[in-house]
Design a protein around this ligand. Structure first.
Ligand code: HEC
Ligand code: HEC
Length: 217
């Protein structure tokens, strides 16, 4: 009995090791994914979404829903040098002689979050960069970091997640399948519907980014 159990355990561990090795060869490694998600701009984008979008808008252009509450103050984030950005984010508008409606963040956010969000401010105006962040924070476990369909979880699905570097679908189709999910388009239900989690702006940005992943681009 005991011997049989030992044999089963041994067989199981061989199976586990070999599938782990196969996984490694065929899909993104855990290290690569963690390194990608630890990039300051990726983390900074999340901070921006949680704390800044409300006033500055998803594109940092000041066209947020609450912007009108601040009357004539322009909420667009311009290209400014890093030292100034650090200062206004830490000390708030009042700390640099600007509107006090810009909160002081140094007590609210960690050092790391402040540095991260400041590095994201340089990219917030660029639709492809914003789309890259949407893709990397939502899609890579299935579609892979490079979009080749070999994400860490890709082997769990049949059909496999699409290879987005070789997609023959146009932007409208992509926007639709991302918003409403695979099932509503007669495709696999494993492709989730993102229309509730992501805004139309974010989905549009992701589609722009996907265009840059196409081979031969
Ligand atoms: C409650 C609304 C509000 C929130 C939330 C907010 N801001 Fe602001 N922010 C403002 C206002 C108002 C100004 C404009 C100040 C002025 O022009 O006098 C401003 C200005 C700025 C500027 C200077 C823009 C320029 O071009 O001069 C930066 C940079 C900035 N905010 C970054 C951030 C970051 C990063 C966050 C999130 C951590 C954030 N803000 C959250 C209201 C807000
Ligand atoms: C849980 C796994 C999973 C996640 C997460 C996921 N997808 Fe998919 N996606 C799939 C699968 C599976 C298919 C293929 C469906 C089929 O072939 O029937 C697919 C198909 C697609 C297609 C169609 C491509 C083509 O050429 O036909 C696009 C575009 C797409 N996904 C974009 C995205 C984007 C953008 C995200 C992130 C916001 C995302 N997917 C997240 C599993 C996933």
């Amino acid at each position: 009995m005991r011997q049989a159990l030992t044999k089963i355990l041994a067989a199981l561990s061989i199976l586990l090791c070999s599938s782990a090795a196969a996984l490694k060869a065929d899909s993104d490694s855990r290290e690569i994914v963690s390194a990608e998600l630890a990039k300051p701009v990726i983390r900074g984008a999340i901070v921006f979404k949680n704390y800044c979008v409300l006033c500055h808008g998803e594109r940092g252009d000041g066209l947020a829903r609450s912007a009108k509450l601040y009357g004539v103050v322009n909420l667009a984030i311009r290209k400014l040098d890093e030292e100034y950005l650090q200062k206004i984010v830490r000390k708030g508008g009042a700390g640099v002689g600007r509107s006090a409606f810009m909160p002081m963040w140094k007590a609210e956010l960690s050092e790391e979050q402040i540095n991260d969000v400041v590095s994201y401010l340089e990219l917030v105006g660029d639709n492809v960069s914003r789309g890259e962040v949407v893709f990397k924070t939502n899609c890579i476990l299935c579609h892979g970091i490079t979009g080749n369909g070999k994400g860490r979880a890709s082997h769990l699905f049949d059909p496999r997640p699409a290879d987005l570097t070789r997609s023959d679908k146009n932007d409208d189709y992509k926007r639709m399948i991302i918003t409403t999910g695979g099932e509503s388009m007669g495709r696999s239900a494993a492709m989730p519907a993102w229309g509730e989690q992501l805004s139309p702006q974010e989905i549009g940005d992701a589609v722009n980014y996907l265009r840059t992943l196409l081979v031969g681009n």
